[in-house]
Design a protein around this ligand. Structure first.
Ligand code: C5P
Length: 225
């Protein structure tokens, strides 16, 4: 049986990918499957936590024992995450959040007209939810993010961790047919104090357990590496 090291803890996990509507039938989206976030939710339940899973556009069965909040857009995800984080001991932002959204959502389906060029799409920035959660975190709570990088993985991850102000960042190397939609993952967890923990290739549940090991160690007040 897994350690109940998260018993009595409330953890919030975001999963999936946001969709930013252009009109009633179209959106800007991404390829996140939600599998790593669901694995985090499932393993946290197994370790005794109360789990809120904020799910953006996944096609996965709800993990038994987790409370699932479904969202569509980045702004919806933000509202759900800020609310759930109010009494959370840990927040893990595994969702792929769109950095930008269309400035306007057309009320009606955008039509093509013969001989006319399409209207350009104007984008506006979405708020950085991870940075906001980190800035407003409860004392003693742990805020974690994910970063997919193609090059200079650790240096870029380190800079991102500092920019976001979170406690730890799970850094994935992408572009090797790994990660998106895959059943396995591998990562390096970097911590604000400088620690780096390599998480070897394994199932997404195995990777999730290594992430909870680190979150659990931080919640227990043990010194960071
Ligand atoms: O900046 P980047 O998108 O690479 O950062 C990834 C991390 O930041 C992920 O944990 C993601 O959930 C989070 N994020 C966010 N709000 C955004 C963009 C990303 O919370 N607008």
């Amino acid at each position: 049986a897994p350690a109940a090291d998260l018993a009595g803890r409330h953890v919030v996990v975001t999963a999936g990918g946001t969709r930013e509507p252009l009109d009633p039938v179209r959106f800007l989206g991404n390829r996140s499957s939600g599998k790593q976030g669901y694995a985090l939710a499932r393993t946290a339940v197994a370790r005794g936590a109360r789990v809120t899973l904020i799910a953006a556009n996944t096609a996965l069965p709800a993990p038994a024992g987790a409370e699932v909040v479904e969202v569509g857009t980045a702004l919806e995800l933000r509202a759900a995450a800020l609310e759930a984080a109010g009494d959370a001991d840990a927040v893990v932002m595994a969702a792929a959040v769109a950095d930008f959204r269309p400035a306007v959502r057309a009320d009606r389906k955008i039509k093509k007209r013969d001989g006319e060029d399409p209207e350009p799409v104007t984008l506006v920035r979405n708020p950085d939810i991870l940075a906001e959660l980190a800035a407003n975190r409860r004392r003693g709570s742990v805020v974690a993010g994910f970063a997919a990088e193609t090059d200079d993985v650790l240096a870029n991850g380190r800079a991102k961790l500092a920019r976001k102000g979170c406690d730890l960042l799970v850094v994935n190397r992408v572009g090797e047919a790994l990660v998106f939609g895959a059943e396995e993952n591998e990562a390096v967890v970097i911590e604000a104090e400088g620690g780096e923990t390599a998480v070897p290739r394994g199932t997404k549940d195995e990777v999730a357990d290594r992430i909870w090991d680190i979150v659990g160690r931080r919640l227990a007040g043990a010194p960071a590496p």
